[in-house]
Design a protein around this ligand. Structure first.
Ligand SMILES: Cc1cc2nc3c(=O)[nH]c(=O)nc-3n(C[C@H](O)[C@H](O)[C@H](O)COP(=O)(O)O)c2cc1C
Length: 370
């Protein structure tokens, strides 16, 4: 119980006032400048008041990497001042600000990509109806993308962020390199497991190099991973444990697992295995770096249980959308809401773009009553 409100210290000395993170969540409300709208900024300010660390929505590192409507991007330095204000706004009450970086790859959203082709390690469409076939990336394009992740890290450092999270989850580009479904390349960047982990490791190495060049040994570089894929062929837990080990060997600062069916869910592929999949990660990591757990943490009991389960840090998604001062509620033993009306959602500053998306996505729609 004490742990929920106690500080957490990373190995590089960075201190969080508590082990609770706001989970990275896209807000679908960016402006023409591909930056957050004013309402999104206010939304973040309110939600960063109590937690130890805020992980932002994923920002695209290239203009052919947008994955959502009203994209949020860090493809060049044109929004540098705004990024700087964003970092300061999150940090105002003591939360650490972590910028999530991504490229959508073959999951790019056609309506925001104009006529740019989708790109992917291999020319294989995503396993969903009517998915567009992407172009296979050239080696030059791969090297450019790694550099652009590095450029985004440099911007994040100079804008005042405390760290970045490399988005290697949820089927986007970094995962597409790791996946045997989307990466069937026959060159050094694909094929065997050892070749498929090269891109995630190269992005991490570039991020590390940039933080070193900036003399920022305390800059946090985390990695988010989806542990399995239902596609055939698809990633397995063993593949993921192998990558996690390599990331730790290359000094990643934390591992954040992306789960959808609860922080204690079991494997979706190996259904005979009754050990929660997060436990396998916690055991394999063995305290070498912190592990962030996520999914379905709503109540104080959930939060305490997730920490007792073995996660070092916990990330809160949907509960923080509709309970902006979630941790403060827990501290004061106030009831946490599970659903609110659309007018209440507007009153607590949820941007309209996010409200619209919540209504459309089946697994989120339960948050809103009308
Ligand atoms: C509206 C919304 C947007 C999301 N956007 C992102 C994102 O940008 N990056 C990411 O890694 N995960 C994203 N997620 C997943 C969350 O980070 C989290 O893993 C998921 O919601 C499960 O946690 P929860 O049960 O606490 O909501 C999003 C989730 C929601 C509900």
């Amino acid at each position: 119980m004490g742990k929920l409100f106690s500080k957490f210290i990373f190995k590089n000395g960075v201190e969080l006032k508590n082990p609770v993170c706001m989970a990275p969540m896209t807000t679908y409300s960016g402006g023409k400048d591909k930056f957050l709208s004013q309402e999104e900024l206010s939304y973040y300010i309110e939600r960063s008041k109590d937690v130890g660390m805020v992980i932002t929505a994923c920002a695209a590192v290239q203009s052919n990497g947008y994955g959502f409507v009203n994209p949020f991007s860090i493809e060049d330095d044109s929004n540098f001042e705004k990024y700087s204000q964003f970092a300061q706004a999150i940090k105002k009450n003591g939360a650490k600000a972590i910028l999530q970086l991504f490229h959508a790859g073959r999951m790019g959203l056609r309506e925001v990509l104009d006529d740019k082709p989708l790109i992917c390690p291999s020319a294989i469409p995503a396993a969903r109806p009517e998915a567009e076939t992407p172009d296979e990336m050239t080696v030059d394009e791969i090297n450019l993308l790694i550099k652009n992740f590095g450029r985004a890290v440099d911007l994040a450092i100079n804008a005042g962020f405390d760290g970045v999270e490399l988005h290697g989850a949820n089927t986007f580009m970094i995962q597409q390199f790791f996946s045997p479904h989307s990466n069937q390349r026959t060159d050094a960047w694909g094929g065997s497991l050892n070749n498929r982990i090269k891109f995630p490791l190269a992005v991490l190495a570039e991020a590390k190099k940039i933080s070193k060049e900036n003399n920022r040994s305390n800059f946090i570089i985390g990695y988010r991973i989806s542990l399995e894929e239902l596609e055939k062929p698809g990633l397995t837990l063993n593949d993921s444990l192998y990558l996690i080990n390599q990331l730790i060997e290359q000094s990643v600062d934390y591992i954040h697992i992306s789960l959808k069916k609860g922080y204690n869910q079991c494997s979706l592929i190996d259904t005979n295995n009754l050990e929660p999949i997060g436990r396998a990660v916690i055991n394999a990591v063995n305290k070498r770096v912190p592990v962030i757990g996520v999914s379905n943490i709503f109540t104080k009991e959930d939060a305490i249980d997730a920490l007792a389960f073995g996660y070092d840090l916990i990330a809160i998604g949907r509960a923080m959308i509709i309970n902006p001062r979630w941790l403060n509620f827990l501290e004061n033993n106030e009831p946490v809401k599970r659903r609110i009306s659309v007018s209440e959602a507007r009153d607590i500053g949820i941007p309209d773009g996010l409200i619209n998306m919540i209504k459309q996505v089946q697994s989120w729609s339960g948050l809103l009553t009308d």
